[in-house]
Design a protein around this ligand. Structure first.
Ligand code: FAD
Length: 456
């Protein structure tokens, strides 16, 4: 007799942070799971490499502890004692204006004094609470939203570089509703960003959004999740076909040159948009439209880690890093001061910098060969940080499809996920193409996926 669906494990496809979180949550709830991961190890785009005293991240560098939930999750998986908060100086966030690094103000007095914004822009901000809110169903770009509420200078020198740093994206094309839902909600709920931000600050008792990593980098997180799941995670297992069967699901994967099919009670897909669009769904006509996910823009980004002797860098590197406004017309999106953020990233007497190039702004630059990228970074950091000479250590990581862009009209992709789920009970979609791009979003996405099974 075939096993009943309740006895079968849940298939989790994708062993990045979203999938591993979902599987871990299910395991906590006593639900059997099987994770399929195409790569030889866990973590997806999270990858940290230790080489002697150097430690570099190829993908994300920091996780924001924006809620007590994230802190509790890290504690629950046993990493609470290894959490490494960023140095206090990380509150210094530099933005380039007129070729010079200016620290973003962090207090009202600092705002009044900063050279980042003109007096006209500062005075204009005083009118923000009285500007009308947009209709609740409006679809507006981040750029239009910011200019309407705060003015052009705030778009150019605050939001544009921030969007470049977070999405490697363009605020003229990103949807404020889908790309920055908290910002959108602030206007909708309070009628003003300033009023809403003040109110939230006064009522929130939780952590104030500290950023953290671990001594061996962010990869400690997926490694810990995968270790606790043991042989429930199969590496080198690329799922190719998903099909509904009588009362359960069948998943076929390719592993070690052969294909295997297994039966599962439910299927959780925690894949990036392009990987999801490439899956074959048999016997599920509604899923044919998932091919449309290929239309989600995921521009290329290159991350260049470079190490220098301390005396070869003039800038004190007393901050998180620098972000580059597009109007400055330079060739990098930004640089993290990696060895200032966390200890153990560079040998004594050296500093480590992580620079990002490409994105929606300049995808063509990602076509440069490694030597070309090294020269580009050396020239840019020479001007901006007073870096002299060649790096003593460097590594180039290329992402052909880095971060999904939540562009205007993105709601149609979200509706697509919901429509396929409605036609296929037991099949669920999460990950950064649906639930937001940050690591905190991915943890929340994994939990949502697990809850979809446990509450069914
Ligand atoms: C360069 C870069 C820098 C970033 N910086 C930050 C940052 O500092 N802070 C932050 O919060 N966020 C950052 N992000 C965003 C964040 O890292 C990602 O959104 C998040 O890690 C995505 O996790 P995920 O599990 O949803 O997807 P992924 O990490 O993409 O994992 C999906 C997994 O699915 C596997 N897979 C694909 N196809 C199949 C298949 N057919 N069968 C089985 N397995 C398959 C893949 O191998 C992969 O392991 C950054 C992203 C990039 C690219």
């Amino acid at each position: 007799m075939p096993p009943s669906a309740e006895q079968l494990p849940v298939a989790v496809i994708g062993g990045g942070l979203t999938g591993l979180t979902a599987a871990w949550q299910l395991r906590q709830a006593g639900v059997p799971v099987a994770v399929f991961e195409a790569a030889p190890g866990p973590g997806g785009v999270i990858a940290s490499t230790r080489d002697g005293a150097w430690l570099w991240e190829t993908g994300p560098n920091t996780l924001l502890e924006g809620s007590a939930d994230i802190a509790a999750f890290v504690d629950a998986i046993g990493l609470g004692g290894r959490r490494l908060y960023a140095a206090d100086s990380a509150k210094n966030r530099y933005v380039v204006r007129g070729g010079k690094l200016i620290a973003m103000p962090t207090s009202p007095l600092g705002f009044l004094r900063t050279k980042m914004f003109s007096w006209k822009a500062k005075l204009g901000l005083a009118g923000e609470p009285w500007r009308p809110r947009s209709p609740a169903d409006a679809e507006e770009s981040v750029a239009d939203f910011v200019v309407r509420r705060l003015g052009q200078e705030f778009l150019d020198y605050a939001v544009n570089p921030f969007v470049g740093g977070v999405y490697a994206g363009d605020p003229r094309r990103l949807s404020v509703r889908h790309g920055f839902p908290k910002l959108f909600a602030l206007e909708q709920e309070h009628g003003s960003l300033l009023r809403g931000a003040l109110k939230r600050r006064n009522t929130s008792g939780g952590p104030k959004g500290r950023i953290f990593s671990f001594p061996e980098g962010l990869a400690e997180l997926p490694r810990a999740l995968a270790a606790s799941l043991g042989n429930a995670v199969q590496f080198g297992a690329r799922v190719q076909v998903i099909r509904p069967a009588a009362g359960h699901w069948e998943v076929t994967c390719e592993t070690g040159g052969s294909t295997r099919t297994g039966s599962f009670s439910a299927v959780l897909c925690a894949l990036p948009a392009d990987a999801l669009a490439a899956l074959r769904f048999e016997g599920l006509p509604a899923a044919a439209r998932l091919a449309e996910l290929r239309e989600i823009e995921q521009p290329p980004v290159v991350s260049i880690f470079s190490g220098y002797r301390r005396e070869d860098v003039a800038h004190p590197l007393d901050g998180f890093g620098l972000l580059m406004p597009e109007v400055e017309r330079r060739r990098i999106l930004g640089t993290l001061f990696s060895s200032s953020l966390f200890p153990g990233r560079a040998p004594a007497g050296h500093v480590a910098l992580s620079t990002f190039v490409g994105g929606v702004r300049a995808p063509e630059l990602t076509q440069l060969d490694d030597a070309g990228l090294r020269n580009l970074v050396r020239e840019e950091l020479g001007d901006l940080l007073g870096v002299r000479g060649e790096p003593v250590y460097w590594h180039v990581q290329r992402w052909a499809h880095a971060i999904p862009q939540y562009t205007l009209g993105y709601g149609r992709f979200k509706a697509l996920f919901a429509a396929v789920e409605a036609a296929a009970p037991g099949l669920h979609f999460g990950g950064n193409a649906r639930d937001g791009i940050s690591l905190a979003n991915c943890i929340a996405s994994g939990r949502r996926l697990a809850a979809a099974v446990t509450s069914a």
